[in-house]
Ligand binder design. Structure first.
Ligand SMILES: [Zn+2]
Length: 169
């Protein structure tokens, strides 16, 4: 049993209650809009500012830094197997996140639906030595297991089966 949890605070909190953790075989985590932030501060400082940064260029660098740190905090706080679609929805520093992911044994998702991570980001992350997973992120039953785009990205970035946790060896 697995779940894709939401990042809900700058401190790296996620929206899976602690008492449910023991039932999970796999835990994924990603940034999504329209979730319930942990508190008022997170509503403003994480979700509000990310939304505002779409219109105010001056906020972009700050939010890139904060989003990255929030995700790093999450993988340090919880045993997260996979970060889903890093770089989609909000900007992150791929190199920094990949470095922390490698240290924590967390894989980064190559998302076949969004096309995230891009070839360029996969190359940056690979240099840090982290692992990847290719996911269909299907959203409909018909597209479950449709990894085509993800495989293309992985191949183009020069990944081998060794780099991808759900590839055949
Ligand atoms: Zn997602």
């Amino acid at each position: 049993m697995g779940v894709e949890a939401n990042l809900i605070s700058l401190e790296g909190d996620i929206d899976v209650p602690d008492e449910l953790m023991k039932y999970l075989d796999i835990l994924l985590m990603g940034y999504h809009e329209g979730v319930m932030p942990k508190d008022f501060r997170s509503t403003l400082q994480l979700f509000g500012k990310n939304m505002a940064s779409k219109y105010f260029i001056s906020l972009r660098e700050e939010m890139r830094e904060k989003n990255t740190q929030a995700m790093i905090n999450a993988i340090k706080k919880y045993k997260i197997d996979i970060i889903t679609h890093p770089g989609a929805k909000v900007d992150i520093d791929t190199q920094k996140l990949a470095k922390a992911a490698k240290e924590r044994g967390t894989s980064l998702e190559i998302n076949s639906s969004h096309g995230y991570m891009t070839v360029e980001y996969v190359k940056i992350a690979k240099k840090e030595g982290c692992k990847f997973v290719i996911n269909s992120d299907a959203h409909t039953p018909f597209r479950v297991g449709d990894f085509e785009r993800g495989i293309e990205i992985a191949k183009e970035a020069g990944l081998t089966e060794e780099d991808i946790i759900n590839a055949k060896r």
